[in-house]
Design a binder for this molecule. Sequence first.
Ligand SMILES: Cc1ncc(C[n+]2csc(CCOP(=O)(O)OP(=O)(O)O)c2C)c(N)n1
Ligand SMILES: [Mg+2]
Length: 346
Amino acid sequence: MSEPGARTADSPHVTELKHREAGLSDDDVLGMYRQMLLARAVDERMWLMQRAGKIAFVISGQGHEAAQVGTAWPMRRNQDWMAPFYRSIASVLTFGMTPEDIVSAHLAKGDDVSSGGRQMPGHYGAKRYNIVSLSSPVGTQVLHAVGIAMGAWVRGEDVVAITSFGEGTSNQGEVHEAMNFAGVHRLPVIFVCENNGYAISVPLDRQVGGLSVSARAHGYGFPGVTVDGSDPIACYVAAKEAHDRAQRGEGPSLIETRVVRLTSHSSDDDQRRYRDPAEVEVLREHDPIMLFGNRLAAAGLLTEVNDNALRAEVKAEVNAASVHAEARPDPDPATAERWVYAEGAD
Ligand SMILES: Cc1ncc(C[n+]2csc(CCOP(=O)(O)OP(=O)(O)O)c2C)c(N)n1
Ligand SMILES: [Mg+2]
């Protein structure tokens, strides 16, 4: 895993934690930090496995961890629903998936919980966790989340749906339709845009007129906020407020988290071909794990010793997950059509 950054109380950009004002305990914020480390470690392990030829493709959540852990934190497991996107490793881990589930899916193992080896890597989804599988056309998950929220409202169930997507995706027609419909019917749904400034190679100013995704919420009749996506506490506060609103029957919210994409778009891409080398050079200074670690250290909650202990624990967890995932059976070719076509159909 990436080495911890320099840890001093007077490091630049260290802002006060103020987690207690947000209703979070010391254990909560350390738990968030651990979850971010875990997501990063799983992610980095999959890059290694991809480079070793064991998995076909990786699409990474590195740089998005604080936004994902913070926004998933208020969601109630086994009650709420999540419609994630391909970078959502930290979101789905926070909502109950395990590192082994994620690695098994990337290895396309026969008993992988997401699809039994049918889906592309990064296509998270498992009924047992209330996570809907995403489809490759970007933005479809936003409609799914609105549909889930509508279903819950019709049945009178206390369910909140959360969905996440990139700022490039926010321009797809169905995303506007989904948000407008949710606004009209005041559905219990939280829209999380993880704005990393690029849609593959296309920068923000070539994608978003006005440069703000959250500003659009006003037009759909619900609140939109922009938060620092390297601050899991700020993301949590926005998501908690959105969750409370949804539960009170006040309808949807849109949260735009400003994040960095620390890696290339995917393992098939090389961002040095379209990003300014100086910009790529300084990306690591925006690493949310380093920034949050510095703030925890400045607040006296993280020392080098417990940071190293946490990292060792997480590494052992990911080692065990990959060993177990690799030992799982590959799918039986005779079952290739299972879960693709209705069984018993002609
Ligand atoms: C409908 C559709 N169009 C194009 C693509 C190809 N594609 C995959 S990811 C992506 C970029 C999306 O960018 P953004 O929404 O900003 O998310 P990010 O990858 O930056 O997190 C594109 C164009 C697709 N999968 N589906
Ligand atoms: Mg993007």
